[in-house]
Design a protein. Structure first.
Lengths: 124, 111
């Protein structure tokens, strides 16, 4: 069965860093682009960024709000995508989800396999 | 303030039909970018419900249908069932933001 599972969330002080993992199974991870999202308490889904496969240079794209604080990377040997979050702010508190990118054509980019998310709480 | 506008809530009785609208602008839906829909029950993994405006992934019942026109899109659900009660999100691409964007979500209540 195709699945992705997020891990690494927890309570972190503002200004500190945290790295989330997204472990994939059941599909060809190395051929897939992967993306991260978040959902703040009481809010909707928000796209964070994505990383393409090695065939596409492992290029990344980020939402404007990231502003260099977050970095997405991948380890194809382990079938894991990472979200490195630095200089965390209280407003980064959210459930973070990862997903496989179903189509990466800009005109029609969708996300077809999601995990259940991992909660990040940035608070002192 | 979400880039795509959805009604906060819709409701319907079992067996009825409901529609959820998603309104964008000339920098996203109106510029030809496709709309996709997700179903999300809190605490679970979001599920792709509709892609490329009107295509259903394998396993999604044909009670769900999607359409797009101009700067808007809509998701229709016929023959409402209790299991359809969830949050629904539309998603597209915005060229002024250079990224994927979502609506704020619509909570569907089955009465």
């Amino acid at each position: 069965e195709d699945q992705v599972v997020e891990s690494g969330g927890g309570l972190v002080q503002p200004g500190r860093s945290l790295r989330l993992s997204c472990t994939a199974s059941g599909f060809s991870f190395g051929d897939s682009a992967m993306s991260w999202f978040r959902q703040a308490p009481g809010k909707g889904l928000e796209w964070v960024g994505l990383i393409r496969s090695r065939d596409y240079g492992e290029t990344t794209e980020y939402a404007a709000f990231v502003k260099g604080r977050f970095t997405i990377s991948r380890d194809d040997f382990k079938s894991v995508a990472y979200l490195q979050m630095n200089s965390l702010k209280t407003e980064d508190t959210a459930v973070y989800y990862c997903s496989r990118v179903g189509s990466d054509m800009v005109a029609t980019r969708w996300f077809d396999l999601w995990g259940r998310g991992t909660l990040v709480t940035a608070s002192s | 303030q979400s880039v795509l506008t959805q009604p906060p809530s819709v409701s319907g009785a079992p067996g009825q039909r409901v529609t959820i609208s998603c309104t964008g602008s000339s920098s996203n839906i109106g510029d030809g970018y496709d709309v996709h829909w997700y179903q999300h029950l809190p605490g679970t993994a979001p599920k792709l419900l509709m892609y490329a405006n009107s295509k259903r992934p394998s396993g999604v019942p044909d009670r769900f249908s999607g359409s797009k026109s101009g700067t808007s899109a809509s998701l229709a659900i016929t023959g409402l069932q209790a299991e359809d009660e969830a949050d629904y999100y539309c998603q597209s691409y915005d060229n002024s933001l250079s990224g994927s964007v979502f609506g704020a979500g619509t909570k569907l209540t089955v009465l």
